[in-house]
Design a protein around this ligand. Structure first.
Ligand SMILES: [Zn+2]
Length: 253
C-alpha cells in the first residue's frame, strides 16, 4: 500500500475514539479490510458528514503512517443507511457486514468479495425476498473465500449425489452425505431434501442478480437459513445476531 492512497470502500464498523474522532473499519476495493482514524468526524460541522455511518459506500483518500492509517477525505457513493428505513433489511445487511469483518484479514485485497458485498447492498434495498438474497450471499462469500461446501458428492463415500429423496448436510464435514453413509441427524447433521440440495448447488454458480426477487416457500427459506447459520457458527463462531436485533426492535415498538 502506498503512503497516500485512493480507493473506494464500504464502512463495516465505526467506533468512537474520543470527543472528536472515530476508528473506522472499511472494506475497500483495492486493499481489503483496513482500519483507520477519522479526525474531527464527531464534530457538528465535520467535512465527513454521515459518510462514516455503517454500510455507507464511499470514495476515500487516506494516508498510511508508521502505525496508523488516517482517512483524510471521503465522498459518499451510496448511503445504504439513510435509504433504508426498513429495520429488517438493515439488520440483515449489518449481519452480512459482520461476517465480512470476521472472515477477512486486514490489507488482504479481495475484489470479488468486494463486488459481491456491494451488489448485495444495492439489491437488498428493493429485494422482495431479502432472506433468500442474504442466505445466497453467505454461500457465495464462503465459496470466494475457499470454503465452498461439497454438494456434488457424498463427503464420505464420494459417490455422486443422485436424485435421492433426502440427504444429510454434515456441517463439520462441510458437505452432503448420502443416507448409506450417515442416516442419523444431530445438531450439526441436518436432513435436507433433494430440492434444497439443487437450490444450494444453483446458488453457488449463479450471480446474486439472478437470485434477486425469486420466490421460495417459507419452509425452504427457513431450512436454508438454518444450514448457513450452523455452518458459520460451527466453523467460524459467527452467530446470526440479526435475529436478536430484530426481536429487540419489535419489542421496543
Ligand atoms: Zn456416501
Amino acid at each position: 500500500m502506498s503512503r497516500l492512497f485512493r480507493t473506494e470502500g464500504i464502512i463495516l464498523k465505526s467506533i468512537k475514539l474520543n470527543e472528536a474522532d472515530k476508528i473506522v473499519t472499511i472494506f475497500t476495493k483495492d486493499y481489503g479490510k483496513i482500519k483507520g482514524i477519522v479526525k474531527g468526524v464527531r464534530k457538528t460541522r465535520s467535512q465527513f458528514g454521515s459518510s462514516m455511518e455503517n454500510l455507507t459506500i464511499i470514495k476515500l483518500l487516506a494516508y498510511k503512517g508508521k502505525n496508523l492509517i488516517t482517512i483524510s477525505q471521503s465522498e459518499i457513493i451510496n448511503s445504504f443507511f439513510s435509504q433504508s428505513k426498513d429495520l429488517f433489511r438493515y439488520g440483515l445487511a449489518i449481519h452480512c457486514s459482520k461476517i465480512i469483518d470476521k472472515l477477512s484479514a486486514e490489507e488482504d485485497p479481495n475484489p470479488k468479495l468486494y463486488e459481491l458485498f456491494q451488489n448485495l447492498l444495492f439489491l437488498l434495498n428493493d429485494e422482495q425476498n431479502p432472506t433468500l438474497l442474504v442466505e445466497s450471499f453467505k454461500w457465495k462469500l464462503l465459496t470466494i473465500l475457499g470454503f465452498q461446501p461439497e454438494l456434488k458428492k457424498c463427503v464420505y463415500c464420494h459417490n455422486l449425489a443422485k436424485k435421492d429423496e433426502y440427504y444429510i448436510f454434515d456441517i463439520p464435514r462441510g458437505g452432503v452425505s448420502c443416507f448409506n453413509c450417515l442416516n442419523g441427524t444431530g445438531r450439526y447433521q441436518i436432513k435436507i431434501t433433494y430440492y434444497l440440495l439443487r437450490l444450494l448447488q444453483r446458488i453457488l454458480v449463479v450471480d446474486l442478480i439472478d437470485i434477486h426477487n425469486k420466490s421460495l416457500s417459507p419452509i425452504i427459506l427457513s431450512e436454508l437459513s438454518k444450514i448457513a447459520d450452523l455452518f458459520l457458527n460451527f466453523h467460524f463462531e459467527i452467530e446470526n445476531r440479526s435475529k436478536y436485533f430484530l426481536k429487540s426492535c419489535y419489542l421496543k415498538k
